[in-house]
Structure formats: structure tokens, C-alpha cells
Design a protein around this ligand. Structure first.
Ligand SMILES: Cc1ncc(COP(=O)(O)O)c(C=O)c1O
Length: 497
């Protein structure tokens, strides 16, 4: 292929004429549109057949390029036909959801420009600042002097917030963690979270050199929320032992039960103790837009940093995590490293817009802001509030339906949009040792059936079914049908026990 100027194109094998791209693009969009429309009538999840797995895994590297239509055929057959399941309205499993169509379209445009999100003067940079400000406004987090960074997901959002906390604590103690690492023989830093905090908190603590031995599992009450008296006692004990309490991670919606820790009380403790408050709202922070729930989130606006996941409840296509940091200058001090070849970093509008790469680890990133901006713009504040409030109401109703059935047992209060329960046939005692196995078998049978997909967890050692409702496509009928379905499958499965 030659360019318009008659000169040969370097990567001719990749180039595509406008009309070819348009035709293939229309085909791809048609495949996507059919997929979205057809999903509700399909099983929530189908296992990839063994022969298909083997064929994909063993496929030889093609010597010459494949035809583009054949590539789309293959992706339709091998990828679209076997999704994870979260794009289905009755997928109630992990905290992942269907992608908002407007986000999918926005991402195509962002990918077409392919601007690296780390910096420079391009449209995506300004969308980044606009979209992260909107996220802050949605949850009532102050913007002035702060920074919002888009990252791959909640795990990186938490890691980033905790890295800033570590840097700030070291600086307050008169040393520089960037220079010394964690090898300078200073007092061990200690971080506090409940055992219900997401596993990425422990991973972050390990990665930051704090060590999981210095991660305190603060006890929780029966509602799985942090016991603040125990938090205070734990901090006091660490201080007395010469350690350095530096950060509390409070959950604004735990992955297991949706518990929101008592944020205002924790904020008071952190303020009194001079400790960084980080809120993990990856799943639940957006729950505060439900007016009835807002009081539970009081105190979140006082956090030093908040991790959120627009690719969860907002339905922004994966990947899109976000960390909001109250003190943007502190975040920049924790991360900024601008080599000579990137010295344009100061050339933008440095008072209001700096290169995002100065505030986190990544340099080249996709412009996640395009799909985030598009999804929020498409819904507006009211649309976000309506969807979140509806999911929370659905979860309450599901909890009531479960509680009303003799053979189903609610295992945790419904606090957000997660319902934890198990199947317990008549005559089986609550401490019957077979219940875990039975419920695992119920989950397996339910997921094999495909009408619903849910994932199990353990609460106080007991295996339970966990239905998480964050999917914009889910209907009342989808939710209300679950108890009957579990009861019917449970009855079949229990016969084999
Ligand atoms: C509360 C909470 N925090 C953090 C994470 C990690 O987020 P991600 O999977 O986007 O890295 C999750 C994921 O479910 C979560 O529920």
C-alpha cells in the first residue's frame, strides 16, 4: 500500500483504506450491537469448550497476515461468544458489570486517537481533569488543591493513595522514603483496616515495603463495620510499642457485604492522631448518591484519599479506576520524576493542569477519561442517583424475599447492594457441617444452569451465596426471580446429600 503522496507506507500490513475501515467498523459495531441485544436471552456464562481452548492455545503464528474479515469472524466466535458473564443482566457475581454502550463508543474514539494519557497538550488531558472533577463532585469530595488520577482499577487506586500516605508520614518524621526506601531503620509504619478490607490493601502494604505484619486487622461488629474503640486501642498499643501508626483504610462498601465503616468517627480519630485517612470506595463510594444512604457516608469528604472504581457501579467499560487525593501537591511530591526527554511537563497550564504521569506510577496510559466522561455525561447526576438508588432498593427487596423463605437464610444485613445468604433445607441445623458443601454445590449447579451467575464467599467461616447488584441492565424481575430459582436448584442438589 502507498500513501496519498505516492510513497510506500512502512507498516503496509497494518494500514487500512478509509472505506475498508468503515466497512469493517460497521461489521464490528453490528457484532457488538447484536451481542448487547442478545445477551439477556443467553446463559449468563458458558464454559469455553475444551476443543476451542486447545485450538486457541495451540494456534501457530501465521506467517502471512490474516484477512481482516476472518479476524472479526474469529473474535466473534472465540471472544464475544464466551464472555466472562458480567455483561449479562443476571450476572450477580464479582463487583464487575456490563459496559455502558456510550462508554464502549467513547473508547473506540479514544483508541482511534491513541493519545497516551500521561501528559502533553491533547484533548484527553482536559477530559481527564473534567471527568475526575465530576467524580469528586458526585461523591462530595473537595476538589480545590486536590488531584484525581485515573488508573487501571481499584487495586492501583488503593496502592497509589497508600503510597502518598507513606510519603507524607515519612516527611512528617523528617525523612525521605523516596531516597531511603524502607531501609533506613525508622520506626515501623503501621496501617489499620478491618479483615473485611479488600485483599488489594494487603497487597499494597506488602508492595510498599510496610509488610503485612504491620497491617492490623481491626475487629468489626456484627454488622461487619470497623469497631472504632478497637481501632483507638490498637493505635495506642502500637504507639506504646514505639511503632508509627500512619494510615487507616476505611471501607466505603466492603466487597463481601457492602459494609460502610463509621467514616465520621474514623475521621475524628485520624484527625486527633495525625494519621492519614484513606477510604476504599472502589465498590461502594457511589452509594452515597442515594439520599437515604448519604448519612452513612458522612466523613468520606474528610478523607485524605479515596479510591473509586468507575468500572464497577458506574458501568464504565473496564478498565477505569480512580484515586482522589485531597493534597495534590503531596501526591506529586510522592511520585513526580520528570526526565529530560519529558521536560515539556511544565509546558501545559501548570497551575490547573499538569501531566498526570507526575501523580502516579504510569507514564503511557489509555485515555480512560473519554469513556468516564461520556458515561457520566450520558447519565447526568440524576441518572447516576437513580441507578444507584434502584440497585440498593433491589438489594433490600431481595434480602426481604430471602428472609421470608424458610429454606433460605440471610447471613448478613443488607447494607448496600450485596445480599449474602445460603440454602438451608428444612431439618438442617444452622451448624450442620454439610452446609458449606451443599451451598458450594448449589452455586455450581446454579452457574451451570446459566440463568443467573453468582459467586460465593465466606462470612464468619460459613460459605454463602453472594448476589451483588450493580449492573445497569438488571431488572426487577431478574432480581425477584432469584430466590425461587435458588430454592428450586437447592432442592435438586440437596437430594444428593
Ligand atoms: C472494595 C474493593 N476494593 C478494591 C477492589 C479492587 O478493584 P479492582 O478489581 O478494580 O482492582 C475491589 C474489587 O472488587 C473491591 O470490591
Amino acid at each position: 500500500m502507498v500513501a496519498k503522496n505516492g510513497s510506500p507506507i512502512a507498516g503496509a500490513a497494518l494500514a487500512m483504506e478509509r472505506e475498508a475501515f468503515r466497512r469493517l467498523g460497521e461489521r464490528a459495531i453490528a457484532l457488538a450491537a447484536d451481542h448487547i441485544a442478545d445477551r439477556p436471552a443467553q446463559p449468563a456464562h458458558r464454559a469455553v469448550p475444551l476443543e476451542k481452548r486447545r485450538r486457541i492455545l495451540g494456534e501457530a503464528l501465521p506467517e502471512s497476515g490474516m484477512d481482516a474479515d476472518a479476524i472479526l469472524d474469529r473474535l466473534a466466535d472465540d471472544l464475544l461468544a464466551y464472555p466472562f458473564g458480567n455483561d449479562h443482566p443476571r450476572y450477580f457475581g464479582y463487583v464487575v458489570t456490563a459496559p455502558a454502550p456510550i462508554g464502549v463508543l467513547a473508547d473506540i474514539l479514544a483508541r482511534t486517537a491513541n493519545s497516551p494519557g500521561g501528559g502533553e497538550d491533547h484533548g484527553g488531558l482536559y477530559l481527564h481533569y473534567a471527568a475526575t472533577r465530576w467524580v469528586g463532585e458526585l461523591i462530595g469530595f473537595p476538589a480545590e488543591g486536590g488531584m484525581g488520577l485515573l488508573v487501571p482499577g481499584g487495586s492501583t487506586a488503593n496502592l497509589t493513595g497508600l503510597a502518598v500516605a507513606r510519603h507524607v508520614a515519612a516527611k512528617a518524621d523528617g525523612w525521605d522514603v523516596r531516597a531511603e526506601g524502607m531501609q533506613g531503620g525508622h520506626r515501623p509504619m503501621v496501617l489499620y483496616a478491618t479483615a473485611e478490607a479488600h485483599s488489594c490493601v494487603r497487597k499494597s502494604v506488602e508492595l510498599l515495603g510496610i509488610g503485612s505484619a504491620n497491617l492490623r486487622a481491626v475487629p468489626t461488629g456484627a454488622d461487619h463495620r470497623m469497631d472504632t474503640a478497637a481501632l483507638k486501642a490498637s493505635i495506642a498499643a502500637d504507639r506504646a510499642a514505639g511503632r508509627r501508626p500512619f494510615c487507616v483504610v476505611a471501607s466505603a462498601g466492603t466487597v463481601n457485604t457492602g459494609a460502610v465503616d463509621p467514616l465520621a468517627e474514623i475521621a475524628d480519630i485520624c484527625a486527633a492522631e495525625g494519621i492519614w485517612l484513606h477510604v476504599d470506595g472502589a465498590y461502594g463510594a457511589f452509594g452515597c448518591v442515594d439520599p437515604a444512604m448519604a448519612p452513612r457516608y458522612a466523613g468520606m469528604e474528610r478523607a485524605d484519599s479515596v479510591a473509586l472504581d468507575p468500572h464497577k457501579w458506574l458501568g464504565v467499560p473496564v478498565d477505569c479506576g480512580c484515586v482522589l487525593v485531597r493534597d495534590g501537591a503531596a501526591q506529586r511530591a510522592a511520585f513526580s520524576l520528570v526526565p529530560d526527554y519529558l521536560s515539556g511537563a511544565d509546558a501545559v497550564d501548570a497551575d490547573t493542569v499538569r501531566w498526570p504521569m507526575e501523580f502516579g506510577f504510569d507514564l503511557t496510559t489509555p485515555v480512560r477519561a473519554a469513556k468516564l466522561w461520556a458515561v457520566i455525561a450520558h447519565m447526568g447526576r440524576k441518572g447516576v442517583a437513580r441507578m444507584v438508588t434502584t440497585h440498593i432498593a433491589m438489594a433490600r427487596r431481595l434480602g426481604a424475599l430471602v428472609a421470608a423463605r424458610a429454606e433460605l437464610e440471610l447471613l448478613a444485613p443488607v447494607m448496600l447492594s450485596v445480599v449474602c445468604f445460603r440454602y438451608r433445607p428444612a431439618g438442617w441445623a444452622a451448624d450442620d457441617g454439610r452446609l458449606d458443601k451443599l451451598n458450594q454445590a448449589v452455586v455450581d449447579a446454579l452457574n451451570a444452569d446459566g440463568t443467573y451467575h453468582i459467586t460465593p464467599t465466606r462470612l464468619e467461616g460459613r460459605l454463602c451465596l453472594r448476589a451483588c447488584l450493580i449492573n445497569y441492565r438488571t431488572t426487577d424481575a431478574d432480581v425477584d426471580g432469584l430466590p425461587d430459582h435458588v430454592a428450586a436448584i437447592g432442592a435438586q442438589v440437596a437430594r444428593q446429600f
